[in-house]
Write a protein that binds this ligand. Sequence first.
Ligand SMILES: CC(C)(COP(=O)(O)OP(=O)(O)OC[C@H]1O[C@@H](n2cnc3c(N)ncnc32)[C@H](O)[C@@H]1OP(=O)(O)O)[C@@H](O)C(=O)NCCC(=O)NCCS
Length: 191
Amino acid sequence: MSDAGKEWEIRPEASGDAPAVGALVAKAFGPGRFAKSAYRLREGVDPEPGLSFVAVENAVLRGSVRFWPIFVGRQPALLLGPLAVESDQRGRGLGIALMERGIAEAKRLGHRAVILVGDAPYYARVGFAQLPKDSVKFPGPVDKGRILGLALVDGALESLTGEVARARIDRPVCAAGAAVGPGGGLVINTG
Ligand SMILES: CC(C)(COP(=O)(O)OP(=O)(O)OC[C@H]1O[C@@H](n2cnc3c(N)ncnc32)[C@H](O)[C@@H]1OP(=O)(O)O)[C@@H](O)C(=O)NCCC(=O)NCCS
């Protein structure tokens, strides 16, 4: 889409966006998201700082993307997702624009590689390619043909082998989809 016809903008996610982002992700993925292998890697972890972006139009949230800190074997990397666009706003280029912004910023911040679980034909549009089967092992069942990677520095995918794990844990997790809050209260994750 040409910039001339576009009324939306991509900007960093602000703390006040969290409820709307949570609602969008819940609508886009449903309760089944908690069972996903990629979700295990986000449990109890805050998104990588500076790498969450939203698409907004006239102050209304249209889409969102976040990235998470992981290790693949001993290599630090990022996990992309969730990426979600409001159902009545799809096909306007927001999904690609959100990813392009995040990827550019990740590169600028010195990250080396991004992986995700998703549809190869879509993510190929921003440079993702299937990783060699069995090179990367997620914590739980994943369709291996959907494990995709993007090198942010030359050769970064070649050393990307091993188990995928959270790079840090920000909150202790006590049940699927729930984490213990700072005061000991239960926090239900919605994103
Ligand atoms: C996937 C999603 C983020 C795409 O957002 P979007 O803003 O519509 O994407 P864009 O407008 O940037 O790109 C649209 C193009 O990608 C294509 N596309 C969208 N999803 C695709 C998919 N799963 N596989 C292949 N192509 C896809 C569209 O057909 C369209 O093609 P065109 O440009 O030739 O018409 C959006 O559909 C969504 O939120 N889906 C629900 C959540 C989800 O599935 N997230 C991804 C997890 S893998």
